[in-house]
Design a protein around this ligand. Structure first.
Ligand SMILES: NC(=O)c1ccc[n+]([C@@H]2O[C@H](COP(=O)([O-])OP(=O)(O)OC[C@H]3O[C@@H](n4cnc5c(N)ncnc54)[C@H](O)[C@@H]3O)[C@@H](O)[C@H]2O)c1
Length: 255
């Protein structure tokens, strides 16, 4: 692919590390201007610097409504438009069943993973309507098939998937497409942390390779390639799509 996103202005949350950083690199490679919204100011600035002179980093916690509003205003003031919002920032801890999850932990997961989509949509909506743009959500296979010992996180990803469908219907008349990618496992700082929270981290690392029939647990480049497609005009008639980028992890019983 080359030039698939020429001239587009893409707001990417959680773009300083992990999957988001891979997506940022791919978007810039394809000709987009990327605005990285991340709570980690240092990493976001360093990532933006590597993307080239046009990329910007905005330090914001995506669960903070006024912060997201200000960030969107900054992007529009700088670039004059927004063609796409990629809701990618997320947190995965704690890894617990519901009854062991503290209320503060539950609320934090919901605020960062789900309410953030509400904030970015509210505050980028005028710009996205003007550009007949696109929204992409990084959900997860766990939101489709479930996962043991990770209930609150699974609930947030299920909510993201439902929201993707609802928003796709609501915004289709305005020409705004809304899609989601569902990774299974991807090597990032988040999954490393999750492995460390499991009773047998070494065994879980092996398990992450084994669950992907197409081979090993991937890096974020595979998600980035799917994301480029879903934000490019090649997917212009695709909306409400919940796309597994999972190496077949969810396909049936295995021996
Ligand atoms: N890694 C996986 O195996 C995997 C699998 C399925 C889905 N996902 C999803 O992919 C997305 C990215 O995950 P990752 O593995 O790259 O995570 P990561 O922790 O490696 O990177 C997440 C990035 O988001 C930022 N971030 C976190 N909370 C934020 C907040 N409140 N406000 C602003 N920025 C914030 C972090 O600073 C970091 O730059 C998440 O939504 C995650 O749920 C990941």
């Amino acid at each position: 692919m080359s030039g698939e996103l020429n001239g587009k202005v893409i707001v990417l949350t959680g773009g300083a590390d992990g999957i988001g950083r891979e997506c940022a690199t791919a978007y810039a490679r394809e000709g987009a201007v990327v605005a990285l919204l991340d709570r980690d100011e240092e990493k976001a600035h360093s990532a933006a610097k590597q993307l080239g002179p046009d990329a910007i980093a905005v330090q914001v916690d995506v669960s903070d409504g006024p912060g997201v509003k200000a960030a969107m205003e900054t992007v529009v003031a700088r670039f004059g438009k927004i063609d796409a919002v990629h809701n990618n920032a997320g947190v995965a801890s704690p890894s617990k069943p519901v009854h062991e999850t503290e209320e503060t932990e539950w609320d934090q997961l919901m605020r960062v993973n789900v309410k953030s989509v509400y904030w970015t949509t509210r505050y980028a909506f005028a710009a996205l309507s003007a550009s007949r743009g696109a929204i992409l959500n990084t959900a997860s296979m766990v939101g489709l098939i479930g996962q043991e010992n990770h209930a609150a996180y699974v609930a947030t990803k299920g909510a993201m998937i439902s929201l993707t469908k609802a928003m796709a219907l609501d915004y289709a008349p305005r020409g705004i497409r809304v899609n989601a990618v569902c990774p299974a496992g991807v090597w990032t700082p988040m999954i490393e942390k999750w492995c460390d929270e499991q009773p047998e981290p070494a065994r879980i690392r092996q398990y992450l390779d084994v669950i992907h029939p197409l081979g090993t647990c991937p890096h974020g480049d595979v998600i980035a390639d799917a994301a480029v497609f879903l934000l490019s005009s090649r997917s212009r008639f695709i909306t409400g799509c919940i796309l597994p980028v999972s190496g077949g992890a969810e396909l049936g019983y295995k021996r």
